[in-house]
Design a protein around this ligand. Sequence first.
Ligand SMILES: *[C@@H]1O[C@H](CO)[C@@H](O)[C@H](O)[C@H]1NC(C)=O
Ligand SMILES: *[C@@H]1O[C@H](CO)[C@@H](O)[C@H](O)[C@H]1NC(C)=O
Ligand SMILES: *[C@@H]1O[C@H](CO)[C@@H](O)[C@H](O)[C@H]1NC(C)=O
Ligand SMILES: *[C@@H]1O[C@H](CO)[C@@H](O)[C@H](O)[C@H]1NC(C)=O
Ligand SMILES: [Zn+2]
Ligand SMILES: [Zn+2]
Length: 298
Amino acid sequence: MPCKVSHLLVVFLLFSIQFSISQSITLKFDGQPFKFFQNIEQVHKGQTVAGLIEVKKFLIRFGYYPNPDHVNHLNNNFDDHLESALKAYQNFYHLKVTGSLDSDTIKRMMIPRCGVPDLTNFTSLNQSRNSNIGLLYAYPNGKPKWHKFNLSYSFLPNVPNTPDVKAAFAEAFVSWKIVSQFNFHRAAAGEAANLVIGFYTGAHGDGFPFDGPGKILAHSFYPPDGRSHYDATENWSTHPAKDQMDYESVALHEIGHLLGLAHSQDPNAVMYPTIAPGAIKRDLALDDVKGIQALYPL
Ligand SMILES: *[C@@H]1O[C@H](CO)[C@@H](O)[C@H](O)[C@H]1NC(C)=O
Ligand SMILES: *[C@@H]1O[C@H](CO)[C@@H](O)[C@H](O)[C@H]1NC(C)=O
Ligand SMILES: *[C@@H]1O[C@H](CO)[C@@H](O)[C@H](O)[C@H]1NC(C)=O
Ligand SMILES: *[C@@H]1O[C@H](CO)[C@@H](O)[C@H](O)[C@H]1NC(C)=O
Ligand SMILES: [Zn+2]
Ligand SMILES: [Zn+2]
């Protein structure tokens, strides 16, 4: 019996340590404090709290405000529209749909992610998401796609010029090739390519500025655009330590957008919007494979 009690005590102590670690993570991440996440935990409708403007900008940025009129006057009031946007966000991420800024929601918002919005057009949301039970892949409004399968890609001169980085991108193309009819080949020097990979810092001319380390990692454009942009200020690696981002995992996700896939709600899918530092996700999940094969039947 005493033995059992001490076991319980150890479990309790471990739990307490874990709990205090996760509490400190809510305020600070990767050395970059997220100012707008300070003092906003447990905030709910009816309150006015500094920092809510940043939460609103985040939710607008990723597609959670269906009507632009609702955000014409950005302020720190927790109004009905913010509550609806938070519920849509919590619903997408399979969190408890509270409509308030609880700690699970805040933690989720702090994980580095792709800059492509999760929802592109609320009115068409239900039609564009697939309804097969258990599969959560999605397409953007209008389902844009390629009408040929032989696609060339190129690297802009600002891509880190090391063979291992280019090999990581090449591997990501191979992963999509083996589950689809696509053939990818690197364009000859100076030749125009269908898919163009570039690394940028801050604003870079397309209206979607990068934001420094963490937060937004990359974004890409749907067919037939072909541009795939990566934030040059991230700590990228081909063998990521726990504070680094994996080239191949993020490239695999971005190529999914280039081919016409939107964000999946399946946490195992490569097309899930977020990826933690140090995480490796170099294999397509069933959800990704079904998604590409439904768009381009074999
Ligand atoms: C989408 O479907 C859900 C439940 O299936 C429903 O509650 C919601 O109103 C629908 N949204 C639209 C925009 O049709
Ligand atoms: C949203 O979807 C609706 C219905 O499919 C369409 O009429 C509307 O133009 C779309 N809006 C945008 C901004 O794509
Ligand atoms: C794909 O395109 C490349 C370069 O344009 C060409 O060399 C190759 O033969 C093409 N492959 C097919 C199967 O069309
Ligand atoms: C990038 O990550 C490595 C490995 O953890 C670390 O040693 C280095 O300090 C990081 N660089 C920056 C700029 O954060
Ligand atoms: Zn994405
Ligand atoms: Zn860009």
